[in-house]
Write a protein that binds this ligand. Structure first.
Ligand code: ZN
Length: 306
């Protein structure tokens, strides 16, 4: 019965697409996975803009955690994702056919701590949360410790879901955290924490999230991939503070004051992954033990969509 229904649906779909002059297969839909964070706003903005401008539809697939999102990407259930670049590098390292085609955003991370921590030295012996070992949040924490001659061995690191971090800090289970936004801004808004460092104070032109596409999609739908990546970069340019606020309000279900604070820390213009910035990232990934053998720029980054 299921089969009959899907055949019927496909028939209706083919008819309706043909009727409006589009291809009768699904090649003008691209499925992109995302998490509801300010770091994925460029993808969300692109979906809105593309639907209005071209026949290419972006099907946004929302996930609740990086683990679920990475599973979907690695198993080919989506054509691409806005994802922590270190997680994507790890997938690539494990043989998954994906390419990083743009940055998710620029800057946009903070290290949040309880009020009794006023310097990097004070982090010693404290419990600090990160979302995943494979993240720029882990790197930024290592960078912060290094400013005081400390290492990750001088603190307790715990992995927590981003949504749990503000309340864990407020409840005293952790002393601080670094995670995708707006969960840092949320603690500030709640009065539970303050900004100890912004990402640019620790790592200039830091990389964090990347837009990745599967090799299968790039090979089988090269024109759509090109249209999507070009539109994505333009959407980043269009994300002024005002537009970012509008898109974030539409998709993220967060309080206005939290979003306003968070969006002060992030920008989306010029989302190119440069060889120089990627090289800094791979050095940090190796130095802090995230990976011994990160993928090379040539293997992993695709910049020739123009
Ligand atoms: Zn990010």
């Amino acid at each position: 019965m299921k089969k009959i229904i899907s055949v019927l649906t496909a028939g209706v779909l083919a008819f309706s697409l043909t009727a409006c002059g589009k291809k009768s297969d699904d090649s003008n839909t691209i499925k992109i996975a995302y998490l509801p964070i300010t770091h994925s706003l460029a993808v969300l903005e692109t979906a809105d803009e593309l639907a209005a401008q071209t026949g290419l539809q972006v099907e946004l697939v929302k996930y609740g955690s990086w683990t679920e999102l990475t599973d979907a990407l690695n198993s080919g259930r989506v054509d691409g994702a806005s994802v922590l670049i270190e997680l994507a590098m790890k997938s690539k390292e494990q043989g998954i056919g994906i390419k990083a085609v743009a940055l998710g955003h620029k800057d946009g991370n903070v290290i949040i701590t309880s009020s009794d921590i006023t310097s990097a030295e004070d982090l010693k012996g404290k419990t600090i949360a990160i979302p995943h070992r494979q993240s720029s949040h882990n790197i930024l924490l290592n960078d912060a410790l290094a400013t005081a001659g400390l290492t990750i061995d001088d603190i307790n690191v715990t992995e927590l879901a981003p949504t749990e971090m503000p309340s864990a800090l407020a409840g005293g289970q952790i002393d601080g955290y670094c995670v995708a936004e707006p969960f840092g801004a949320k603690a500030v808004s709640l009065g539970a924490g303050k900004v100890l460092f912004t990402s640019e104070e620790l790592w200039e032109d830091s990389l964090c999230c990347g837009l990745v596409l599967t090799d299968t999609f790039i090979e089988n739908h090269s024109e759509d991939a090109k249209t999507f990546v070009k539109s994505y970069k333009q959407a980043g340019q269009n994300l002024t503070k005002e537009q970012a606020m509008e898109t974030a309000t539409k998709y993220l279900n967060q309080d206005e004051d939290v979003l306003e604070l968070s969006l002060q820390w992030i920008s989306y213009d010029d989302l190119e992954i440069t060889e120089e910035n990627y090289s800094t990232l791979t050095e940090k990934v190796k130095a802090y033990g995230l990976s011994e053998n990160p993928p090379s720029y040539a293997d992993f980054v695709k910049n020739d969509f123009e």
